[in-house]
Design a protein around this ligand. Sequence first.
Ligand code: ADP
Length: 536
Amino acid sequence: MFLLPDYRVRQRDFLLEITRAMTSQLDLGEVLRLILRASVSMLAGEVGLMALREGEDGALRVRALIGAAPEDVAVFTPLLTGVTDSGEGIVIADFEAKLRRVAERLQLPLRQMIALPMMLGQEFVGVIYVFRSFTAATTLNDRRVLQSFADQAAIAVHNARLYQAVNQERQRLARILENSADGVMILDGGRTIQTFNKAIARMTGWTPDHVVGKPYDAVIRWAGRPQGKDLVEAMQAGWPWPSANRASETLYVEGDLLRADGTALGVGMTYAPLIDSEGRLINIIINVRDISHFREAQKMKSTFISVISHELKTPVALIKGYAETLLREDAKWDEQVVRNGLQVIGEEADRLTELIENLLAASKLQAEGMALKYEEVMLDELAHAVVERFRTQTDKHQFVVEFPRDFPSVPGDASRLRQVIDNLVSNAVKYSPRGGEVRISGTYTPGEVRIAVQDQGVGIPQEEWERIFDRFYRVDDALTRKTQGTGLGLYLARAVVEAHGGKIGVHSVPGQGSTFYFTIPRRQVYQHQEKDRSAT
Ligand code: ADP
């Protein structure tokens, strides 16, 4: 008689403990062990085992064991195979023999086993086994108790799986965000930075550690006024506007963002609000895109157009002018005038051809990189040939070509290397308007040859030494403005030299002259070609 109340009390205590465990975010293993302990205890069992169906095959795997050493887990394996849920209870194939074998191997007097399915709705998620050292009819009450524990266990498993799924999804999203090529920043409703991904860290120079938890307004600052309403301004004006049309709620701003080092970066930012069902602003998701390349491309395009129109117009105007003059029916030109005129036409046509070739080469280079036709090249011979051509064009300059007698040949693309020397000599002449000496010399080491082109011209200030090799770049001075050119010569020269695996550079003393040099390896270098140098 006294057993009954005690039994009820313990059952209630256990259920309470289990519920508490389940709501206190204990890990699944602990909750399952607790439920198993309760089941074993309520049924006066000796050993308890809980197995869950896991993995793709849905095979039962032991998740909790009490009353036996953990090493003995394998002993129970036979009881986990051939298990079905009949709807009336668990059916295990060849059950009696399996139980005897388990008892023998554990050396425990296990006489009876009660197995209860853990069900989640219709889904069979696992089994609780309780082994007893005595045989007793299981009462309806026993079954009810055990069932209530099994139900709790099923719910715990279900919760854990949900939690895991949510967690996995969260991690997946976090990883996508983290590795997105666009900068992503997430703010809470009060504009505090919560997330700051790699891309935006790279763009701004701030690390997430530094900015997460800080107010957006303190971190994002613009150099000058951005185009469009900045977030702060927009929010003061009531953004996100309560509108039926959610799509129109995003904001877009373009401007120069101040970076950690004080420099500015051209960016476009899109702000999207995340609003809960009650209309409260939960998050602001900000997408940041570096638009400096885009801007540079725009600038490049307009430079290109102005350079080209200027450079094309001059020779065309000269050609047309001379042709028209010579064609005039009312005039008779003596032979010398005709010759001069035709010579100018010829030279200007050459210049046009060169210009067009340079342009084609530059756009081809940008589109497909540079393919070289390798052969053995004698750079000293090329230098002599180039100089011969220039000698006829100027009498203010003296040319000196200086190569050692045993100057070696190099593997390279002869016509492109000739272009390089041609460009350097042409510049040496163009940028020494008062004349002087132009000296082309060659030296070599076991690894490479080195060609230098030295002039006594206007020179180049040091801060320009790098940039003059950029596409369309020309030094902004009076002489350059007067002198014809596109700013493509050195860009192409650098591309050719680098495609050969060499280097190009300049030293100069403004007012005294410049020395351009390049090296070419004596052994062919195979290297990956950059497709586009336009980023420079
Ligand atoms: P371009 O001569 O058509 O302008 P380049 O790419 O050959 O273009 O040269 C770029 C700029 O570098 C020139 O505009 C000029 O300002 C400067 N430059 C090149 N060579 C010399 C030189 N030998 N002496 C002084 N300035 C030079």
